[in-house]
Design a protein around this ligand. Structure first.
Ligand code: IPE
Length: 259
């Protein structure tokens, strides 16, 4: 059982205030992960144990304001070494805070900086070395990766989103389940209600802003498209449902391509 869980930057940070952690939300995440790994939740076959869980977190007010200031995106790169370093440093600061909170709650969390483990080819494809993560799992640690910058052929460096890391990890590790804990309780329909299940993009294209909506904004349309391409079933849910997901449940929206 391998579970890849991303906690969005909008959950962990206050997006309107640069480099501000939402301490209460971080505490809730740390307690939920600790509780699940300690077996507080009713035993369920889909619940992860230590050695099964990989965490990823986003940038929120740590990554995005630096990225905006320097005009760097996932496709438009930057050659300014000090700016690239500043973005990376903001993200490793946030990662250290997240790892510290997890360890404080009793989770054997370890920091993993994707900048040194990833490259992006000229065509935009990501290559991520996952051997360190695999060995950490074998040794019963909880690797904690983060959105970052990545060296990009022909572009200098671009932004590497946490969502991309989730996909790369899920594929490389053959994940059984994927979770995205986000600032909304799931994929919302036109009335603002959570859609229980998504099996094709067309079914929710209207609510998500049309079939040519892309991932450049990091919006829900891009997440749904990407998650539909995974073998593993995925759930998108809010912080209030993190415990339920880690206990093996299917909160929020379940995303799996119709087959
Ligand atoms: C962003 O990661 C990383 C940087 C801007 C450096 P994400 O795109 O995964 O962050 P959130 O979850 O949307 O905040």
């Amino acid at each position: 059982m391998t579970v890849v869980l991303k906690v969005g930057g909008s959950v962990l940070t206050r997006k309107s205030e640069p480099e501000t952690v939402d301490e209460a939300a971080l505490g809730t995440v740390a307690e939920a992960v600790a509780g699940a790994l300690a077996g507080d939740s009713p035993a369920a076959p889909a619940a992860p144990a230590v050695g099964d869980l990989v965490l990823v977190h986003g940038g929120g007010s740590f990554g995005h304001h630096h990225a905006d200031r320097h005009g760097v995106t996932r496709t438009a790169g930057l050659h300014d070494a000090s700016a690239i370093t500043a973005i990376h440093a903001a993200m490793t600061d946030l990662n250290a805070t997240v790892v510290d909170a997890l360890q404080g709650a009793g989770v054997p969390a370890l920091p993993v900086a994707p900048f040194a483990a990833a490259t992006r080819g000229a065509d935009g494809t990501l290559a991520l070395a996952t051997a360190p993560v695999e060995t950490m799992l074998e040794e019963d640690f909880v690797p904690v990766l983060h959105g970052d910058v990545v060296a990009h052929a022909g572009e200098g460096a671009t932004i590497l989103s946490g969502d991309e890391l989730v996909v790369a990890l899920a594929r490389a590790l053959g994940a059984d389940r994927v979770g995205l804990c986000s600032g909304v309780p799931g994929v919302l329909d036109e009335d603002g209600d959570v859609v229980d299940q998504v099996g094709s993009f067309d079914a929710v294209a209207g609510a998500l802003g049309g079939s040519d909506a892309t991932d450049v904004t990091g919006g829900m349309a891009g997440k749904v498209r990407t998650l539909l391409d995974l073998e593993a079933p995925a759930n998108v849910f809010g912080l209030e449902a993190l415990g339920a997901f880690l206990a093996g449940g299917n909160p929020g929206t379940s995303i799996r391509r119709d087959r």
